[in-house]
Design a protein around this ligand. Structure first.
Ligand SMILES: [Cu+2]
Length: 286
């Protein structure tokens, strides 16, 4: 077999192949534009503004870069091999090989070491930190999902008129329920659902967490700085699932205290002008 790059001749692509190639390139360009152009979008996981979200972005990168290097090496080797060792006219049947023990042991051990060394070891401490219970001095908030809205309860804020913990006012689907938090402080969230499964997702702060009826799932999050962060339910829960929106409003401690005082006194809080103490179960929400 005389196989050199110089005698490598590609078949002329037929017009259908050419069209398919062009279409694929346009598709890749469009998808890439969506990824690159989107760093300013309100729910971009790759633009974290809180400690949990930053951990999650770093984990993603940690897994992605080694995977990308391996993919380029493997795919590159496949493409070179396909082009260089294609069957040509008058080629005899090549020597047949069945198994190669040293190679097979090698390509089992090397990827295992890569996974353990580049991905496993650096990831484990981060995963444990993400999965830990909130710290004892974290600010507690209870989050409840129901079809089709989120509500938030603040055990540390007493509603002046009911004497009960303050609850966020009900919202209609398509309007964001507002979750107020102090910025720079760890928040201890307890998450549940009172009907079907929902998922609490605020990607720039803390990814997503499942809200499951009968379970009270505890997790933590922390906003780097004051700001407003958008989120929504990420578990298809019914016809108005699209409208289960969340806005996390992170405030400086003074602003948060001022808000808490007003909210506790029943000052109107939402664009709909409802007072927090008017909270009542709004039924099934359909
Ligand atoms: Cu939902």
């Amino acid at each position: 077999m005389r196989m050199t790059v110089s005698n490598l001749r590609l078949p002329r692509p037929r017009s259908a192949h050419l069209l398919a190639g062009i279409f694929l390139l346009i598709l890749i360009a469009l998808v890439a534009t969506g990824c690159i152009g989107g760093t300013d979008t309100p729910q971009n996981t790759l633009a974290p503004e809180g400690e949990v979200a930053r951990h999650q972005r770093n984990l993603f990168m940690l897994a992605m870069w080694p995977a990308l290097v391996v993919m380029i090496l493997v795919e590159g080797a496949i493409i070179v091999t396909l082009l260089r060792f294609r069957r040509r006219k008058n080629d005899a049947v090549p020597k047949q090989t069945h198994g190669n023990t040293p190679l097979e042991i090698g390509w089992t051990i090397v990827p295992t070491l890569i996974i353990i060394g580049f991905v496993g070891v650096p990831m484990l401490p981060v995963l444990f930190d993400l999965g830990r219970d909130p710290k004892a001095d974290a600010y507690p908030i209870e989050v409840t999902g129901q079809r089709f809205q989120w509500s938030f309860k603040y055990p540390n804020i007493k509603d002046a008129r009911t004497g009960e913990p303050l609850e966020s006012p009900p919202v209609t689907p398509g309007r964001a329920a507002e979750l107020h938090i102090p910025a720079g402080k760890e928040i201890a969230l307890t998450l549940t659902s009172i009907d079907v499964n929902h998922s609490f997702g605020v990607p720039r702060l803390a990814g997503t967490q499942d809200a499951i009826a009968g379970e009270h799932h505890r997790f933590w999050m922390k906003a780097d700085h004051p700001g407003s962060f958008s989120g929504q339910c990420r578990e298809l829960c019914g016809v108005d699932h699209w409208g289960m929106l969340i806005t996390v409003i992170a405030q400086s401690q003074e602003d948060f205290d001022a808000w808490a005082k007003e909210a506790a006194a029943g000052v109107k809080q939402t664009p709909e002008g409802r007072v927090p103490s008017a909270v009542a179960a709004t039924g099934s929400g359909d």
